[in-house]
Design a protein around this ligand. Structure first.
Ligand SMILES: C[S@@+](CC[C@H](N)C(=O)[O-])C[C@H]1O[C@@H](n2cnc3c(N)ncnc32)[C@H](O)[C@@H]1O
Ligand SMILES: Nc1nc2[nH]cc(C(=O)O)c2c(=O)[nH]1
Ligand code: SF4
Ligand SMILES: [Mg+2]
Length: 217
């Protein structure tokens, strides 16, 4: 059984694949926060910008089999006959709580390339075509290789230097969006701090959340 908060067609907003047409499949639930505001201050991840609780979002629901969810995702890709490889991004919540070999096989069989957005605290299964790991300062990092490491910045307990030796092709710093947050993990001026860090340490590239600028999901 897969629990999906919401699923929708949009452009990938973040990271190296920013701008790419994608079906987003947002799984319900996370291992680093309950999703309840009253638990945020004591959670392992305290700056989350996402509602991942329940299965009541657009095109959300519970899917009994991998084939049923793959079919649901396929119906959201609006260009089946255009000769472009369709792309699905599994996110959440934490997608590695639910993404398994059966679902990877089913969406591959439907012709999709697979991207994943994970916090890196769980090991990724084989077969993911684009793996984005976004470590959280208070959580153990288990998944230490992938395509891109996209660190939200600045984070207490997660200085960028800590991750520079890991086996990733791309290193990205994404300014923390503090607009929905109280003080706690939020610091002054994440955007200027992130720009400064990328200019001073050119291994790192700036990742902006372009979907928020564009006003899309
Ligand atoms: C909502 S998370 C879901 C996937 C997974 N749980 C994770 O944390 O990577 C998707 C992406 O948004 C980033 N993110 C979450 N809250 C953010 C914020 N307030 N500002 C900037 N990026 C944020 C995460 O670090 C992650 O890269
Ligand atoms: N457009 C768009 N791009 C995204 N990239 C990562 C997102 C996420 O929440 O995982 C996200 C999202 O929520 N929307
Ligand atoms: S790990 Fe990801 S989904 Fe979970 S609370 Fe943090 S940013 Fe949100
Ligand atoms: Mg998001």
């Amino acid at each position: 059984m897969y629990s999906v908060k919401e699923a929708f067609y949009t452009l990938q907003g973040e990271g190296v694949q920013a701008g790419r047409a994608s079906v987003f499949c947002r799984f319900a639930g996370c291992n680093l926060w309950s999703g309840r505001e009253q638990d945020r201050a004591s959670a392992q991840c305290r700056f989350c910008d996402t509602d991942f609780v329940g299965t009541d979002g657009q095109n959300g629901g519970r899917f009994a089999t991998a084939d049923a969810l793959a079919e649901h995702i396929t119906r959201l890709w609006p260009h089946p006959h255009e000769g472009v490889t369709p792309y699905v991004v599994f996110t959440g919540g934490e997608p590695l709580l639910q993404l398994d070999a059966a679902l990877i096989d089913a969406v591959h069989a439907a012709g999709f390339e697979i991207g994943v957005e994970t916090n890196g605290s769980l090991a990724a299964p084989d077969g993911i075509d684009w793996l984005c790991v976004s470590p959280k300062g208070n959580a153990p990092l288990v998944q230490t290789r992938g395509d891109e490491l996209k660190l939200v910045h600045p984070q207490t307990d997660a200085p960028p230097e800590r991750f520079e030796g890991l086996d990733f092709d791309h290193f990205l710093l994404q300014p923390m969006d503090t607009s929905g947050l109280m003080a706690s993990d939020a610091r002054k001026e994440p955007l200027s701090a992130t720009v400064e860090h990328c200019m001073a340490h050119p291994r790192w590239r700036l990742s902006l959340q372009t979907h928020k600028i564009a006003g899309i999901d």
